[in-house]
Design a binder for this molecule. Structure first.
Ligand code: FES
Length: 130
């Protein structure tokens, strides 16, 4: 999307179901939109590996580790898992979680304004009411 384009209205925030991904159209172009813990993430709807439809993937919390024997759940930074071969992408920056040398996921600019999900305002995840 060109950087100076007007934001595109996608849907009402309340139409999105927590923890689910839907495929919408923005100016005729498909975009995947997921809602996680009150935030909205928009991204390319096809996996950069072999093109799986990420609308069939899963949103989930990212696991992290502060060191050997330590495991923590980072639900504030969700990932999307591909339904075909399980590649996982961070939705805060699009990186391939398992192998940063592999292709990442292209994120879309997204925000929630007045209860509406808008594409094209800023980079990264958006929260309701911001
Ligand atoms: S198509 Fe997504 S991991 Fe292979």
């Amino acid at each position: 999307m060109p950087p100076n384009r007007e934001p595109i209205d996608l849907c009402a925030f309340d139409e999105l179901v927590e923890g689910e991904i839907v495929e919408l159209r923005a100016g005729g172009v498909p975009v995947a939109v997921g809602r996680w813990e009150g935030r909205v993430y928009a991204f390319n709807p096809t996996c950069p590996h072999k093109g799986a439809p990420l609308v069939c993937g899963k949103l989930m919390a990212r696991l992290g580790s502060g060191g050997p024997g330590q495991m923590d759940v980072r639900s504030e930074a969700p990932i999307v898992s591909c339904p075909w071969h399980g590649w996982e992408f961070a939705l805060d920056n699009g990186e391939n979680v398992a192998d940063r040398s592999e292709k990442g996921l292209r994120l879309q600019r997204c925000d929630v304004v007045g209860g509406r999900v808008k594409l094209g305002i800023k980079l990264g995840p958006a929260a309701a009411g911001e």
